[in-house]
Design a binder for this molecule. Structure first.
Ligand code: EPU
Length: 459
């Protein structure tokens, strides 16, 4: 079990109602911060959330001589890369295991310093999450990579040159790796089978503001013409469509009503279509989206996750909690991460009926079919959920457990909640604002694993 100081006690059964705000996307902001390294002038990033991935990247940038200061408005960062320098390997290594973003420092550091050291990566345990594509593309640009016990050492003895690259799969991180490397590489880079998620388009907007030349074709091809020098940027980060969808699912599962200020229709179209099919209601205005449960039964659906513009994998876990309340059999086929359905065993422990399968159920055959991955699920509902002891497995799975605990009858103890701060800013405060009956660490006096928690909670 986790440290007791990391346990949230949740009294379920209260619909979440009210308003919360989402800021810049977790899957864009840290990358835009890395992009600032490529500039010869300071950059200003707006809408920056206070989450762990931002803190990790801020620390790594500072180690490399970039000054990072808060700007004049809340959520504004000013990043000044004019004195970039080599960092001490031991200091960088202190960030090992903290995030996946350090891998994106490779290209910018090779351009600025001629060498880079990348520590062991962290991130959610939702599949193998290899980094082979990243190193393959860096080698194509001319990088020499040496794997040592403490991490990866990179050099570019002949500089980095534009190249033709085809990704084996439209990987988000590898597409970003190519963008951040190609913009200052000599000549033209052509990337085919690229990822085209909204956060990638936003990163391209950032780079274009800095002076990069990047074009996107309709067929997942991105062309980058390297330039000699980039300036700074001023940019407001795209809102977090993944966090917004998490709150939308929480509204549905708890029979609540949440206005998500900052949520944007354009990047959530596929989610909104699915939400409507399940029976959720929403209303869009210029400032955000209101999500609510309109009453009556929810509908079972067939759902397949995919790269953009398909149904984003990060939307899957929170929505599955709502599907436990839908009438009939829902089918979920996870095609992006091979192990992203493992979190469902705890939902079953709470009373859900979810059966996992190795076969590709519904939709099309994916990379994981005929292999040993439980990547399809049949959710049979509606089922009443009961409070339970839950240990958070990963970021989205963890938020899904919170939703399940809030929707359940009785008390749940959710262990490892600090992991949720990797991607959800001020989530405890937001839960409180929405009327959730919770006792955060420090308020429940270490009552995590036994019945005393219930007594203390009632008191
Ligand atoms: N892949 C490889 N080799 C590689 C890179 C990726 O096989 O070198 C595979 C992965 O194992 C996976 C697939 O390609 O099966 C897609 O991975 P991708 O590279 O697209 O994911 P990522 O860049 O590591 C980002 C987000 C994820 C999000 C995915 C997909 C960040 C920091 N992370 O990860 O976000 O699920 O793209 O959109 O941007 C989350 O927010 O909870 C989260 C996990």
């Amino acid at each position: 079990m986790t440290d007791i100081a990391d346990v949230l006690i949740v009294h379920g059964g209260t619909p979440l109602e009210g308003e919360i705000r989402v800021r810049g996307a977790k899957n864009l902001v840290p990358k835009a911060m890395v992009a600032a390294l490529l500039g010869s002038e300071p950059s200003r990033l707006l809408g920056v959330p206070d989450i762990r991935d931002v803190r990790v990247v801020r620390g790594l940038l500072q180690l490399h001589g970039v000054t990072v200061k808060s700007g004049e408005t809340p959520g504004e960062l000013v990043l000044d890369p004019r004195r970039v320098e080599s960092a001490n390997v031991a200091d960088i290594d202190a960030h090992a295991g903290s995030s996946r973003i350090p891998i994106l420092f490779c290209g910018p550091l090779l351009h600025r310093l001629g060498h880079a050291f990348i520590p062991g990566l962290g991130g959610c345990d939702i599949g193998g999450r290899p980094i082979d594509f990243h190193f393959d593309v860096l080698r194509q640009f001319g990088a020499v990579i040496e794997k040592r016990a403490d991490g990866q050492y990179l050099e570019a003895p002949k500089g980095l040159r534009g190249t033709k690259i085809r990704l084996p799969y439209p990987s988000v991180g590898s597409t970003e790796q190519v963008l951040l490397t190609a913009v200052l590489a000599e000549g033209v880079t052509e990337l085919t089978n690229a990822a085209v998620e909204p956060e990638i388009e936003d990163l391209i907007c950032v780079l274009q503001k800095m002076g990069a030349i990047i074009s996107m074709d309709t067929d997942r091809t991105i062309r980058i013409t390297g330039v000699e020098k980039l300036g700074g940027y001023k940019h407001r980060a795209i809102p977090d469509r993944l966090e917004a969808a998490s709150w939308a699912s929480a509204a549905l599962a708890t029979e609540g009503d949440i206005y998500v200020r900052g949520a944007q229709q354009r990047s959530m179209m596929t989610f909104l279509n699915t939400y409507r099919k399940v029976g959720g209601a929403f209303e869009i205005d210029d400032e955000g989206i209101r999500f609510w449960h309109p009453g009556g039964p929810l509908n079972a659906i067939a759902l397949e996750t995919d790269v953009h513009p398909g149904f984003q994998t990060d939307w899957q876990q929170p929505l599955v909690v709502a599907l436990t309340q839908a009438s009939g059999l829902s089918i979920v086929h996870e095609t992006v991460y091979e192990s992203r359905l493992g979190f469902t065993s705890a939902l079953n422990q709470m009373g859900a009926h979810i059966q996992l399968y190795r076969e590709c159920l519904g939709g099309s055959a994916c990379r994981f079919g005929q292999r040993n991955f439980l990547h399809s699920a049949v959710v049979s509902g509606p089922t009443k959920l009961q409070g339970s002891d839950l240990v958070i497995p990963d970021l989205r799975g963890g938020f899904s457990y919170l939703i399940a605990a809030l929707a359940a009858q009785g008390i749940s103890r959710v262990h490892g909640i600090s992991l949720i701060n990797r991607g959800y800013e001020n989530f405890l405060e937001k839960l409180r604002d929405l009327g959730a009956n919770i006792e955060p660490p420090g308020e429940h006096g270490g009552t995590g694993g036994d019945r005393r928690g219930e007594a203390a909670a009632v008191a």
